[in-house]
Unconditional design. Structure first.
Length: 292
């Protein structure tokens, strides 16, 4: 009986950050969207005229809801990420403090020069994954992904950079690597911890393209955390990837590249080779065990 209770406690401890993040994000988005909708209604008195409740009014409100969702989804989810960074940052800090108090916080702290390997590997993997998605024409088969992209790029570039390029990745790394993966790692092997935490991370992205993409990147981020010993490493890699993706998309880089599949495939092979060499540099990082 005691083992069952301990197993339940451990299960809740490991997965509760995901539940809190998903529920918190949902509630904040609903609140922000409701506030924006209310502002539109108040500033447009015609929406509260004699036709309230009619079919025509319902159609108008439906169109308004669609417009608000498309235009402000990035803002709402970005505000949610920014607000949730505070409680999850505290949770992460308390976990590390507990480790240090127990004398069980061995860390592998790679020097700053080793971050070059990380950035090259991350950008290379990003390019290769995008190229494979284009070559396989996966985008044409996933309507939900197309809708997601439409919402993302409906936001101004500064909002994409701030919310999707910085706030979102920081929160995801705190939750899925800093808390879920790290808590699993206390009792499980690296492979088991990485696979389970990354599978959840990928599944919650909601569409096939992003699931495949985020699973590959999530496994890299877990490995990076394991080797570098700092949450700053996967955070930096994740932020860099999102920023690179946003900037290149805004510049029309991918549109030009996919027009010539031969060039796309050739460049993919070259970039993959460079990324593989950089990854070997990450693998070669020696563990520096210190007990804080």
């Amino acid at each position: 009986m005691e083992q069952v209770i301990n197993a339940r406690k451990r299960f809740f401890r490991v997965w509760s950050p995901v539940l809190i993040q998903q529920l918190g994000t949902y509630l904040i988005i609903i609140f922000v969207m409701a506030a924006i909708t209310m502002a539109y209604v108040v500033t447009n008195p015609s929406l509260m005229g004699e036709g309230v409740g009619s079919q025509e009014w319902m159609n108008e409100m439906y169109k308004l809801a669609e417009m608000i969702t498309l235009k402000y989804q990035v803002f709402a989810s970005g505000i949610a990420s920014a607000l949730l960074l505070i409680p999850f940052g505290i949770m992460f800090y308390l976990d590390r403090k507990k480790e240090r108090a127990l004398g069980s916080a061995p860390t592998k702290k790679a020097g700053i020069a080793k971050y070059g390997y990380l950035f090259i590997t991350a950008v290379a993997l990003h390019f290769v994954l995008n190229s494979l998605i284009f070559i396989a024409h996966v985008l044409e088969k996933d309507e939900y992904y197309a809708q997601t992209q439409e919402m993302i790029y409906a936001a101004p570039l500064w909002a994409q950079i701030l919310f999707l390029g910085i706030c979102g990745p920081l929160l995801e790394e705190l939750v899925y690597r800093g808390l879920v993966f790290k808590r699993m790692r206390e009792k499980q092997s690296f492979i088991g911890s990485a696979l389970l935490s990354t599978a959840m991370f990928a599944f919650l992205h909601g569409n096939v393209v992003q699931m495949l993409y985020s699973f590959a990147l999530g496994m890299l981020f877990c490995y990076v955390y394991e080797k570098y010993g700092r949450i700053a490493a996967p955070m930096a890699a994740h932020v860099l990837l999102n920023l690179v993706s946003i900037v290149l998309t805004a510049a029309g880089f991918y549109e030009v590249l996919v027009k010539n599949e031969i060039v796309l495939m050739g460049s993919t092979v070259i970039v993959a080779g460079v990324g593989a060499m950089a990854f070997m540099g990450i693998r070669g990082i020696k563990e520096k065990l210190t007990t804080n």
